[in-house]
Design a protein around this ligand. Structure first.
Ligand SMILES: NC(=O)c1ccc[n+]([C@@H]2O[C@H](COP(=O)([O-])OP(=O)(O)OC[C@H]3O[C@@H](n4cnc5c(N)ncnc54)[C@H](OP(=O)(O)O)[C@@H]3O)[C@@H](O)[C@H]2O)c1
Length: 328
């Protein structure tokens, strides 16, 4: 039987999510990779236990995480029964719908039909009565924002989710979604965009909107899927994502420009006596508009490694300036 560490809340830092009552750990764990059929079930179990023991009480899923689609939620459901049910009230669990999930016109995008059917499926797979956040996973230009946000509002009002969120929405789409949710009386708790030293697009307007609207922000892929660990500088390690599950991370992602940046960033990290990926995580969290950095892990040791940033000195203004020069 799993007995969590008594010290699980001692080291983690929790930030308020926008102007809500919710605080999230500055590091959260995503189940996109390593929770499908490729990874041994026992590893999955250890990943979640290790995270929770470190105070990472926020687990992020989506309907189509796997492979195959739905498998991460199914495995999570099994783990819910085996480990997590006694701790449900300490956990913050999210899922999403918005990408392709099942065949036909109702298993993709942003219709009320898709979102309501999808949350019902997710709750069954995850063996929970509700999730804490339900996200629309990506904007759908063909469905009126009123319909998509109306579905999120209905999901919250029916108790299937406690909060509504959006992911991958641009600044103007975010403003429209936030406005509509406000009108409906279900505020937008959180936005989930991609953000790392290799992808700063959210600085071109989105973070301004989130700050102004007081919406929380959890950034995904803060390590660019592992590129920002530096592990690919000397080739492709056999136990790495690029070698074992290259659906989304391919040698083509290692552009000359990225390699140049990673090498230069590593020098800054070396100068701080720090690992490159620790620098990368601290950098994404340097502005409190970011509530949490949403990491992935293939091994429990990576989680133990990453939480070390909590006791490492924050970046100085000068280091942030030098990093800006490298990133351009
Ligand atoms: N909303 C969206 O559209 C969206 C899209 C993508 C992701 N997400 C969310 O974001 C989460 C994180 O995505 P991600 O897994 O790509 O994020 P990431 O944190 O950028 O990359 C995680 C990978 O980096 C490597 N890594 C992490 N810590 C390490 C360490 N200490 N030492 C060495 N390698 C380390 C591991 O890869 P190896 O396999 O090489 O060990 C790990 O699987 C997902 O699970 C999901 O919840 C959301």
């Amino acid at each position: 039987m799993y007995v969590p560490s008594n010290e699980r809340y001692e080291k983690m830092i929790y930030r308020r999510c926008g102007n809500s009552g919710v605080k999230l750990p500055v590091l959260s764990l995503g189940l996109w990779h390593n929770f499908g059929s490729i990874t041994p079930y026992e590893t999955q179990k250890e990943l979640l236990r290790t995270a929770f023991d470190c105070g990472i009480n926020h687990f992020d899923l989506a309907n189509n995480y796997g492979p195959p689609y739905g498998e991460a939620e199914r495995n999570f459901g099994r783990l819910m029964d085996e480990d997590w049910r006694p701790y449900r009230d300490e956990l913050f669990i999210s899922t999403k719908a918005g990408y392709d999930m099942w065949p036909g016109p109702y298993g993709d995008h942003g219709s009320r039909k898709y979102l309501i059917s999808s949350i019902d499926q997710s709750l069954k797979r995850m063996r929970v009565d509700y999730v804490d956040v339900f996200y629309h996973h990506r904007p759908d230009p063909e469905t009126p924002i009123e319909e998509t946000m109306g579905a999120l509002d209905q999901i919250v009002r029916s108790g299937k989710a406690l909060y509504a969120g959006i992911s991958n929405y641009g600044p103007e789409q975010t403003e429209a979604a936030v406005r509509e949710l406000k009108r409906l009386g279900t505020p937008c708790l959180i936005h989930q965009p991609r953000y790392s030293m290799l992808d700063r697009h959210i600085e071109n307007g989105l973070t301004d909107v989130l700050r102004k609207e007081k919406v929380g922000c959890i950034v995904f892929q803060p390590l660019a899927g592992g590129l920002l660990t530096g592990k690919y500088l000397e080739g492709i390690p056999a136990d790495s994502r690029m070698a074992t599950d290259s659906r989304f991370l391919k040698p083509g992602n290692l552009t000359e420009e990225n390699v140049r940046k990673i090498k230069a960033l590593k020098e800054i990290a070396d100068g701080r006596g720090q690992k490159l990926h620790h620098l990368a995580l601290q950098w994404t969290l340097r502005d409190e508009v970011v509530t949490s950095a949403l990491i992935g892990a293939s091994r429990p040791e990576q989680i133990l490694d990453n939480v070390q940033i909590l006791s490492e000195p924050p970046l100085t203004e000068e280091e942030i300036r030098l990093i800006d020069e490298i990133l351009g």
